[in-house]
Design a protein around this ligand. Structure first.
Ligand code: ADP
Length: 250
């Protein structure tokens, strides 16, 4: 599954520097439509930077990124983030604390496209809350009145509001305790699979990578050290450093 004839996402020889620091040193990655890729690797290896480049929040120094065969970054092209049909959920969910849950989700809606005014917005917010297994009555609450798991689900609902074709999840469950993490992961996986959304997930959690992904990419020092199906990556690591990292990550 490392290469695909018609990938949703194709990253080719991407490099990225922050000042003198080479953070990405030539990354190649292909993700098929509707597939789920887990990116694992030590802290500081460039995982978040890679997601931010895909989302369009940062731009590569060299190389290119294509979505559905169209270049969105590189070769002098910079398609802005809001035109990439990508959802992004950061590690902390990053909800707006001064807005209600409903307003947070409505923020993600393209209200110009939604006929029917406020009632239509409220209806769509309710649908999105139900989609992530939350009570629509929660729309009136503020983020601080929700548990960590509930906040993550609201962040996901807000990202889903834009009907993304590709969802980027940056360690979305890491702040949750073990029981809640499994339940939230299952709920999220189902929502994304039902909607046919291509997903890239950064995670430290081996069980998460094994249960969530059809492809695991191991990142180390700004490069992808190994890409393959989860079983192969975990049972046959490409080299000793990968084996040690995966062993530590259990
Ligand atoms: P990971 O997600 O694997 O922990 P990151 O992509 O967050 O790795 O970071 C990779 C490296 O890039 C780190 O050394 C980090 O300090 C650096 N870095 C990330 N973002 C910036 C930035 N905006 N400015 C400068 N350095 C950054």
């Amino acid at each position: 599954m490392a290469a695909s004839t018609n990938p949703h996402l194709q990253i080719t020889d991407v490099t990225k520097n922050f000042g003198p620091q080479e953070v990405l040193k030539g990354v190649n990655l292909s993700v098929s439509k509707g597939g789920t890729t887990a990116i694992v690797g030590p802290s500081g290896s460039g995982k978040t930077t890679l997601l931010r480049l895909i989302a369009g929040f940062e731009h590569p120094l060299a190389g290119s990124i294509a979505l559905n065969g169209t270049t969105v970054a590189g070769d002098g092209i910079r398609v802005p983030a809001h035109k990439r049909h990508i959802g992004y959920v950061a590690q902390d969910g990053a909800l707006f604390p001064h807005l209600t849950v409903g307003q947070n989700i409505a923020f993600g809606l393209d209200t110009a496209k939604l006929a029917g005014g406020r009632r239509a917005v409220a209806g769509r917010v309710s649908d999105l809350l139900e989609m992530v297994s939350l009570d629509p009555a929660m729309a009136k609450r503020r983020p601080h009145q929700l548990s960590g798991g509930q906040q993550q689900r609201v962040a996901l609902a807000r990202a889903l509001a834009r009907e993304p074709e590709l969802m980027l999840l940056d360690e979305p469950f890491s702040a949750l305790d073990a029981g809640l993490r499994v339940a939230t992961r299952r709920a999220v996986a189902k929502v994304l699979a039902d909607a046919g959304v291509t997903t890239i997930l950064v995670t430290h959690d081996q069980a998460e990578a094994l249960s969530f992904a059809d492809q695991v990419a191991v990142m180390r020092g700004g490069r992808l050290a190994q890409i393959g199906n989860p079983f192969v990556v975990y049972t046959r690591p490409a080299d000793r450093a990968t084996a040690e990292f995966l062993g530590d990550a259990v």
